[in-house]
Design a protein around this ligand. Structure first.
Ligand code: URA
Length: 431
């Protein structure tokens, strides 16, 4: 390990064998944390070639369980978002893609820090089981087209170990380390095609657009080298996506989009994501896939698919038919605009943190979620507000959190007399 660290420190490319040795030793604990840290810092400073990044991805993928989806009939596709605030696209896109004939075993994570987790959102539906047996996963996916579950098995433990060390050694923000970390887990999920939703902006992993483009390109390269059809979309997370942040609140919004009752940014992104999933899966031209994506909302087949999936996983679909049956927080506090003007910018990460403080998320893994908590955003970047207009409604069962949340929300939202120039919703596609 000493020689490997010295090599990387001096800017020399590491071999496949050296990288495999590192990933194996990391997983088994044979390499002490101080040597893991030293190599990670050398990688952070000197970067990695495409070959090194790919070899690290595969070594981390192979450090744990790799899902075998061959029991699913047809080509399987997967979607991965780099995370954000109000990102409920999985709950919408998975049934849309299934309605178009795609096969998806969608594994998602839980909320941590400012970002939400699809599994928590779905578990706000009474009875919903995010843990299924292998038999159930294959039966549901073959019958309905998709299931939505939590991560199963021991996925990329080398990445878990390295991420824990990166987190406390200032080495998270390294492009090859982020790209290999994300792709090792995606490849371990076992699908044939991968659609990446790489976010940019104040609520994203990559705040800067050009960094997000580089990350997307690196991940697409890794996916293709691993013989997976891979496409990345670069989408805006400088503003929360849609209007709801928080678990049950986001389920309600997802249902509105699936019923064709809500258009706008969230709908547009879901159409684009579904279009590319269908394109990867079927090979049909983009324009045809886009037409089919819009059609499955208009004719409610995606909404019906959503109910089928929820029902197959034990969820109570009566709350989907009538979302007013979903539980509501005891307190709903309206935040009013303190002056007139345009909303010029929203600190999206901070809005995610405020939602977490109201009970919707977790500061640490062990925290309990309040499914009813969160924020309904009434005005977003570019909207004009008059003094006294409601700009957001805080939902919580913990009254003592409201005062601080209001203060913080007012600081997170910047007002201006000048209408701001809006960033694009979908910036680019990397193929
Ligand atoms: N998410 C990951 O899974 N890995 C990283 O390195 C950063 C974000």
């Amino acid at each position: 390990m000493y020689d490997i660290i010295a090599k990387k420190r001096d800017g020399v490319e590491l071999s496949k064998e050296e990288i495999e040795f590192f990933a194996k030793g990391c997983t088994s604990g044979e390499i002490p944390d101080y040597q893991v840290s030293a190599l990670l810092m050398a990688i952070y400073i000197n970067g990695m070639s495409d070959t090194e990044t790919f070899n690290l991805t595969i070594a981390m993928k192979n450090s744990g369980d790799v899902a075998d989806l061959t029991a699913v009939e047809g080509m399987t596709v997967d979607k991965h978002s780099t995370g954000g605030v109000g990102d409920k696209t999985t709950m919408i896109v998975v049934p849309m893609a299934a309605a178009l004939g795609c096969k998806m075993v969608k594994m998602s994570g839980r909320a941590l820090g400012h970002t939400g987790g699809t599994v928590d959102k779905l578990e706000s539906i009474p009875g919903y089981r995010s843990e299924l047996s292998k038999k159930e996963i294959f039966e549901i996916t073959n019958r309905i087209g998709a299931c939505m579950i939590g991560h199963t098995g021991n996925l990329a433990p080398a990445d878990r170990k390295m991420y824990g060390i990166r987190d406390v050694t200032a080495t998270v923000d390294s492009l090859p380390l982020i790209a290999s970390s994300i792709m090792s887990k995606k490849l371990a999920c076992g699908s044939d095609g991968i659609l990446l939703d790489v976010k940019f902006g104040s609520g994203a992993l990559m705040t800067d657009m050009s960094d997000a483009v580089s990350l997307a390109s690196e991940m697409v390269k890794i996916g293709k080298t691993a013989s997976k059809k891979t496409i990345a979309l670069l989408t805006n997370m400088d503003v929360p996506l849609g209007y709801a942040v928080g678990n049950a609140l986001e389920v309600k919004e997802a249902v509105r989009v699936l019923k064709g009752e809500q258009k706008g940014d969230l709908y547009d992104i879901c159409i684009e994501l579904t279009t590319y999933l269908a394109h990867i899966s079927s090979g049909l031209p983009y324009a045809e896939c886009r037409r089919l994506s819009a059609e499955c909302i208009d004719n409610l087949t995606a909404f019906e698919k959503f109910k089928e999936i929820i029902s197959a996983q034990g969820g109570d679909t009566s709350v989907i038919d009538d979302t007013s049956k979903l539980p509501l927080a005891r307190y709903q506090y309206e935040i009013k605009a303190e002056r007139s003007g345009y909303i010029a910018h929203m600190n999206t990460q901070e809005i995610g943190m405020i939602s977490m403080s109201l009970g919707a998320g977790r500061a640490v893994k062990e925290d309990k979620i309040d499914y009813t908590a969160g924020i309904i955003i009434s005005k977003k970047t570019g909207d004009f507000v008059n003094v006294g207009d409601t700009i957001a409604i805080l939902h919580t069962n913990n009254e003592s959190k409201i005062y601080e949340a209001v203060m913080k929300y007012n600081l997170a939202v910047t007002c201006s007399e000048v209408k701001p120039e809006l960033q694009p919703l979908i910036y680019d596609v990397v193929k």
